[in-house]
Design a protein around this ligand. Structure first.
Ligand code: HEM
Length: 454
């Protein structure tokens, strides 16, 4: 156990206890949002930028070297694959986008871009997001004024996106899709022990129930000629074509994956942006100035945000990038080595997992001056719209997040109306725990009211 078989030289490190490995240490909650997880930091100091460990029953090499991370992303489909473990395939689905590579992956990703790519964002979603964001903010400010923004934004993104995907309306059904997703997410990184009572079992049950809702909706659509205008309609049409690899099963799994990938990430990002802005009044002043400037240039003050206006929100984009840099919402990006791979004089054996840790790069003082401070101005004049060796919030290479533009547009629209029309103060919560994903144990409660002359 301690010295696993390898044809070359394994990276240094400890495999921990048999089976359990170092899982307990890895999941030990960390109360500092900003710092590098102690599990990683202590091993970096001891072993260097590439070390071995064992997590949830899997042999893992952790990489905290930006050059190696870049190579790992670039070798997707050649030396490394995103589909990493049997239990993960079971969780995420054997027909998920994540298990497809090369041409099939490209084709499926293009289908998703039909919904969340720049063309549809510009033509359609920007208008819908504008309206739904205004309505939400207005209702929060008029219903007793105190809102747990983590829960509220989570519901906001979930409900909006579930509607876009399958015209699902949580209020009109007893199926409780969101509860099933929450169970699914909670057990996503857990020991693969499938017996009632375990997080893994709850995760699989959540997935099964959520898939059933999506499948039933698809069944109902197949013989129906009504146009719902959602993504499912588009996929049903695509499945009917003769020259497609898209089956009903792949389509159902795609919808399942999209909702999962979109709502916790985006709502956590919005919540953290509000937390950071609340803690940094100078940022709020400059943000407000930017959005007041946009409003001043509008002929009709009540008209919605245009694509040009969105593109002109430079400081807002800086705030978004800075939030995502510090938030490290996806704490680890996993790949599986499909063959023995040589890296920095070490061998990563075939079958092992590699974990890329974006936080190391995002909090590296050589890459970001005074890295633990929230400073949107550091992005001045820098590239704001792509993944790079030093900015991996949305991953990198061919697996770069397909929803990045959607998430950023949603955040920008939200910040626009929030700073222009509302005042808020944090009344409770805001503390965070990394498990290693970010959790708000007490939410983030704000007292929100409409500006009098807003
Ligand atoms: C702030 C919000 C978000 C963050 C931080 C985020 C982060 C990421 C990261 C780091 C990856 C790469 C994972 C890997 O390489 O293993 C990824 C992939 C992905 N994301 Fe996002 N994401 C966000 C929002 C969204 C949204 C809104 C959607 C859907 C509309 C989405 C859909 C996806 C999908 C489908 C993939 C897999 C892409 C592929 O395999 O080619 N994400 N995301």
């Amino acid at each position: 156990w301690k010295n696993p078989h390898c044809h070359g030289k394994l990276p240094p490190g400890s495999m921990g206890f048999p089976l359990i490995g170092e899982t307990v240490q890895f999941f030990t909650p960390n109360h500092s949002l900003y710092d590098i997880p102690p599990f990683i930091r202590s091993r970096m100091v001891r072993y260097g930028s590439l070390f071995r460990t064992s997590l949830v029953g899997r042999k893992v090499v952790v990489s905290v070297d930006p050059e190696i991370n870049h190579q790992i992303f670039q070798q997707e489909g050649k030396s490394f694959l995103i589909c990493y473990t049997e239990s993960f395939s079971e969780i995420i689905g054997r027909k998920s986008l994540l298990v497809y590579h090369e041409m099939a992956h490209k084709y499926l990703k293009n289908l998703i871009l039909h919904l969340v790519g720049p063309a549809n964002l510009k033509a359609k979603l920007i208008h819908e997001m504008d309206e739904s964001t205004r309505t939400r903010l207005h209702s929060w400010a008029s219903h007793g004024n105190i809102v747990d923004i983590k829960e509220a934004t989570s519901n906001m993104v979930f409900e909006y996106f579930a509607k876009k995907l399958i015209s699902y309306d949580e209020c009109k059904t007893s199926k409780k899709l969101k509860d099933n997703y929450n169970a699914f997410i909670s057990g996503l990184i857990s020991f693969p022990i499938n017996i009632p009572g375990t997080a893994y079992h709850a995760c699989l049950e959540g997935r099964k129930n959520a898939l059933k809702v999506i499948k039933d909706t698809m069944e109902g659509r197949k013989n129906c000629n009504i146009n719902h205008g959602d993504f499912l309609d588009y996929l049903v049409e695509e499945v009917r074509k003769e020259d497609t690899i898209l089956s009903e099963e792949i389509a159902v799994n795609m919808i399942f994956l999209l909702l999962f990938a979109a709502y916790e990430t985006t709502s956590t990002a919005i919540t953290l942006a509000i937390k950071f802005i609340s803690d940094h009044p100078q940022v709020l002043i400059q943000l407000t100035r930017e959005h007041e400037g946009i409003l001043k240039s509008r002929e009709n003050k009540n008209s919605e945000i245009t694509w040009q206006e969105y593109k002109s929100m430079t400081f807002t984009h800086m705030v978004i990038n800075e939030t995502l840099r510090l938030a490290n919402i996806v704490p680890g990006i996993f790949r599986k080595a499909v063959k023995d791979v040589e890296m920095n004089g070490f061998t990563i054996p075939a079958g092992w997992l590699v974990m890329v840790v974006p936080a190391i790069t995002h909090l590296d003082p050589d890459k970001y001056d005074d890295p633990l401070s929230f400073n949107p101005w550091r992005w001045e004049g820098k590239e704001l719209h792509a993944g790079s060796k030093t900015f991996m919030a949305f991953g990198g290479g061919v697996r770069l997040c397909v929803g990045a533009d959607f998430a950023k547009l949603k955040m920008a629209i939200f910040l626009h109306y929030l700073v222009l029309n509302y005042r808020w103060t944090v009344t409770k919560g805001g503390d965070t725990i990394r498990m290693p994903g970010v959790i708000f144990p007490n939410g983030l409660h704000i007292k929100i009211s409409e500006k009098q002359n807003g």
